[in-house]
Design a protein around this ligand. Structure first.
Ligand code: ATP
Length: 150
């Protein structure tokens, strides 16, 4: 339903390349509600926990150091089917497979510099949100445009 949430992060390359405004703009215009947002320098421990599923991949160490190379914009977005829809807005993991019109399709070329993260399921979203945010950083507010969206 409407209360579904996802974790989105503009990765260090996305922040360096000044894509924060463009990315948040797309989520706002789509009709999703911003529930949390912060600029964070993630620790290696947090990143290893975040990417626990990928710990045995050959690129794991490189991935953690890329994600640790500068600040990240961590966000929580809420809305109808937001987990699945956000993944569509992001495009494929490899930017070369991402269609124009998607974030990765429009703004990057390399899988190791793919500018954005989005949770891949409702369950991962719940895990990631609790990993990156404290409860009091998640905001409940009435979105005045909601009756025009739903
Ligand atoms: N072959 C690879 N070489 C280098 N980095 C990779 C490779 N495959 C994936 N990655 C990096 O690891 C991240 C996580 O990989 P995963 O397979 O979970 O893709 P994803 O779910 O699309 O990405 P994300 O979790 O960042 O949204 C990718 O976004 C990318 O930054």
């Amino acid at each position: 339903g409407v209360s579904e949430r996802t974790f989105i992060a503009v990765k260090p390359d996305g922040v360096q390349r000044k894509l924060v405004g463009e990315i948040t703009h797309r989520f706002e215009k789509k009709g999703f509600k911003l529930v949390a947002l912060k600029l964070v320098q993630a620790s290696e421990d947090l990143l290893k926990e975040h990417y626990w599923d990928l710990r045995s991949k050959p690129f794991f160490t490189e991935l953690v150091s890329y994600m640790n190379s500068g600040p990240i914009v961590a966000m929580v977005w809420e809305g109808l089917d937001v987990v699945k829809t956000a993944r569509k807005m992001l495009g494929e993991t490899n930017p070369a497979d991402s269609l124009p019109g998607t974030i990765r399709g429009d703004y990057c070329v390399e899988v190791g510099r793919n500018v954005i993260h989005g949770s891949d399921s409702v369950l991962s979203a719940q895990r990631e949100i609790s990993l990156w945010f404290r409860h009091n950083e998640l905001h409940c507010w009435e979105d005045s445009s909601s009756r025009w969206i739903y």
